[in-house]
Design a protein around this ligand. Structure first.
Ligand SMILES: Nc1nc2c([nH]c(=O)n2[C@H]2C[C@H](O)[C@@H](COP(=O)(O)OP(=O)(O)OP(=O)(O)O)O2)c(=O)[nH]1
Length: 144
């Protein structure tokens, strides 16, 4: 196990609608993990707060205005066992309040609202898989 590492913080968000669905984004084919479905988000920039990074990424990628105050933590994923001097710490937030209508703004990307069953069947990058497991219990729908 590596003892020292640079940690890259990546934020992602489970955007949850009242019908018990979550918004997933497909990565463009030419990128790392191309074609796989992930929780939208991205790298936190130097000096930026975590919530500001979520709001910026979701505006850039989906054209949605996330309510930063409504963000809540769900879980994190980390590739800690990878023998690398660079680790990713992927922080998943939840959001139930936003403005606008989602569209895939990045070339080659796609979006889809999915229920728990569809989420479980989507091919995902490795770190998004445990995040999806934590989101499934939040996708009951109708109880809110
Ligand atoms: N969501 C997710 N990201 C991962 C995993 N493994 C992994 O290396 N990453 C990396 C890919 C990216 O460098 C980063 C996610 O940030 P991002 O979405 O802004 O990355 P990107 O490649 O789309 O954007 P960019 O480099 O063009 O700015 O995390 C994983 O399992 N899930």
């Amino acid at each position: 196990m590596e003892k020292f590492s640079t940690v890259m913080i990546v934020v992602a968000v489970a955007i949850l609608d009242r019908a018990g669905r979550v918004l997933m984004q497909q990565r463009p084919p030419n990128k790392q993990h191309g074609g796989l479905w992930e929780f939208p988000g991205g790298k936190v920039e130097a000096g930026e707060t975590l919530a500001a990074a979520v709001v910026r990424e979701i505006d850039e990628e989906l054209g949605l205005a996330i309510d930063a105050e409504g963000l809540f933590p769900i879980c994190f994923a980390n590739d800690a066992l990878a023998s690398s001097s660079r680790q990713i710490l992927l922080l998943l937030y939840g959001a139930r309040i936003w403005g606008g209508v989602a569209m895939a703004k990045e070339a080659g990307s796609a979006i889809r609202w999915v229920d728990a069953k569809e989420l479980a069947g989507l091919p995902m990058p490795p770190l998004d898989i445990p995040l999806a497991q934590a989101v499934i219990p939040l996708l009951g729908g109708c109880q809110r």
